[in-house]
Design a binder for this molecule. Structure first.
Ligand code: FAD
Ligand code: NA7
Length: 539
């Protein structure tokens, strides 16, 4: 491998060691033959699956599509046992991928990027780390994670608490909750997994719920060798369908409207989906309009509400667990969440009605009184999509800082590039597709890496979108979100979970298939290019 320019330290710097960083490094190194370094602040590759080591952590995309599709042999060789992957299993898979494609050495672990700056005179990136080292490179690829910037609310008095407290995405090695009085704050997808898993192991579990959630059974089960062999034999068709579908979760799009069938048929189909399991399938596979038609959404919501009242024995608890919002967050799925509240050792506190006043030495005090606790677990989610991009200085042209540029809402052209940031490519950034993540990562970074190749092959220095181009993409995203109900729920999808954060659309809602068509249709035609000086063939 020869470097594009001997004046620079690397051809490309990648930030992040999750699915995105691993995919980027593999293609840049093994296909484009570039000199790449990747910085990861964690102690291991894996990203989400390195950090989220809480009990019950599980991917709820089905196993056969929660993986890369780029290598047919990898798809055949690397198997699974159940229809969903545990945190440990995803971590093992990602570790295998880095070893298999010989890219472990590219990852510099325990290394946090603290500043990036585009050097306009020299048209390259300068990347500074917590080791006070600054390296230069022509291309910058950011896979900082869409759900990776931890949101841990500052509760008054937390420093006085005598017991352990931690966030689910910063799960400590010495977490000691078994046989203890445990409080969990947060009932999103993570809280639901955690609460269900740990309830049998603790003396008492107090769940502090701010917003009640809709959740359906996951349907976790072993998959037979025959079933797995059949999937592997049909992988070409399955991926083709997945990349062209709306959700990219590995099932074909539904063409049935919930309101076109009789009420009886609708209930039967909901029941079937409930028994089969999977939150995404419940929301988008049975019917095609639960997220866009209010009546259809209400019908699904009412079905789940009815289940809550059937499952939960104490009517008061059932009432507290019953959501009041539309069914319009990222769908949750569980291994017996509502049933958990029938346990003698589990109690539910509605902190909207009865807010947390402070953390004391011995527990949490709400308006109703003190809840004695040995351990407090924050399952309070993430500053999603842009949280990791606005944490440190990302300086583009004319000294612009991304945190200022994104103050009133974050946007990126195709969810990949921002104006004033030449040769910087992001994965799962604002205005990327609202879909299963691995296929989306391959689409976005696939486009970005093809663009890098295009620049090199054509002796071009930089590529970037104009502000108008970025705004044009945002307008299309707005168009795709029209009529959807997601903005009515106060969740991370619009940034509503973070106090003071701009409430704005952060996804392209047109589906994976249409997103891929946009990439293909536009190619690189909307970008502005800068050419290398004639006299030189390298920077
Ligand atoms: P991440 O895996 O988040 O990796 C980003 C990495 O960047 C992190 O390791 C972080 O340490 C590093 N980083 C960030 N900033 C810096 C910096 N300044 N310097 C150095 N390193 C930095 N998605 C699905 O599609 N299906 C699922 O079932 C699913 N389940 C999930 C369950 C949980 C509990 C969570 C939290 C997320 C889940 N997701 C799921 C979303 C998941 O984040 C993506 O599927 C995928 O793992 C994202 O990969 P990534 O590489 O883009 O980001
Ligand atoms: P979520 O879905 O954002 O859930 C976080 C939960 O924490 C949710 O119940 C929040 O209540 C609650 N929360 C957040 N801040 C507070 C404060 N200050 N006080 C009390 N309760 C609070 O995060 P998850 O980790 O569960 O899931 C995120 C994604 O990761 C998920 O979609 C999967 O893809 C994996 P709220 O609902 O805001 O009232």
């Amino acid at each position: 491998m020869s470097r594009l320019s001997e004046k620079l330290d690397f051809d490309a710097v990648v930030i992040g060691g999750g699915f995105s960083g691993i995919y980027a490094v593999h293609r840049l190194k093994n296909e484009l033959n570039l000199d790449v370094v990747a910085f990861e602040k964690g102690g291991h590759v894996g990203g989400t699956w390195y950090w989220n080591r809480y009990p019950g952590a599980l991917s709820d995309t089905e196993s056969f599509v929660y993986r890369f599709s780029f290598d047919k042999q990898l798809l055949q060789d690397y198997s699974w046992t159940h229809n969903y992957l545990t945190q440990k299993e995803v971590l093992a898979y990602l570790t295998h991928v880095t070893e298999r494609f010989n890219i472990e050495d590219q990852f510099k672990l325990n290394t946090e990027v603290t500043k990036v700056r585009f050097n306009e005179e020299e048209s390259h990136w300068e990347v500074t780390t917590n080791n006070k080292e600054t390296v230069t490179a022509r291309f910058l690829i950011c896979g900082l994670g869409l759900l990776a910037s931890v949101h841990k609310p500052d509760l008054p008095g937390i420093n006085n608490f005598k017991g352990q407290y931690y966030h689910t995405a910063q799960w400590p090695e010495n977490a000691d909750y078994k046989g203890k009085k445990v409080g969990v704050i947060g009932t999103g997808s993570t809280g639901i997994q955690l609460i269900t898993e740990i309830a049998p192991d603790v003396e008492h579990l107090t769940v502090f719920q701010r917003t009640a959630q809709y959740t359906v059974p996951l349907g976790y089960r072993e998959q037979s060798e025959e079933e797995i062999a059949e999937i592997k034999a049909n992988y070409d068709e399955l991926w083709e369908m997945t990349h062209n579908s709306v959700t990219a979760f590995g099932y074909p799009d539904s063409n049935i409207s919930a309101m076109e069938v009789s009420e009886e048929e609708r209930e039967r189909m909901f029941e079937e989906a409930w028994n089969r399991g999977n939150g995404f399938r419940f929301l988008s596979h049975v019917f095609n309009d639960l997220s866009i038609n209010r009546d259809a959404n209400t019908a699904a919501a009412n079905f789940i509400k009815k289940k809550i009242h059937e499952i939960v024995k104490d009517p008061e608890t059932a009432k507290k667990l019953t959501p009041t919002e539309p069914y319009a967050r990222r769908p949750c799925a569980d291994k017996g969440y509502y049933e958990t509240f029938n346990r003698e050792n589990v109690s539910l506190v509605d902190i909207k009605a009865n807010p947390i006043l402070e953390v004391t030495e011995n527990g949490i005090r709400t308006a109703e009184g003190e809840h004695e606790l040995d351990v407090i677990i924050f399952a309070t989610g993430f500053d999603a999509m842009d949280g990791n991009y606005t944490k440190f200085d990302m300086i583009g042209r004319n000294g612009v800082n991304l945190k200022d540029k994104w103050k009133d809402g974050s946007r990126a052209y195709l969810g990949i590039m921002e104006s004033d940031y030449p040769n910087m490519f992001m994965s799962r950034a604002p205005l990327s597709s609202f879909t299963n993540n691995p296929p989306a990562i391959e689409s976005e970074l696939g486009w970005a890496i093809d663009l890098i190749k295009h620049l090199i092959d054509n002796n071009l220095t930089t590529a970037e979108p104009t502000k108008e181009t970025v705004d044009g993409w945002y307008d299309l995203c707005l168009e795709t979100s029209k009529g959807t109900l997601f903005h009515e729920a106060q969740s991370w999808i619009y940034g509503a979970n973070i106090p003071g954060k701009a409430f704005s659309l952060r996804f392209y809602m047109g589906g994976m298939g249409n997103y891929n068509k946009e990439l293909e249709k536009r190619g690189f035609t909307e970008l502005v290019f800068d050419k290398l000086p004639e006299k030189s063939t390298s920077l």
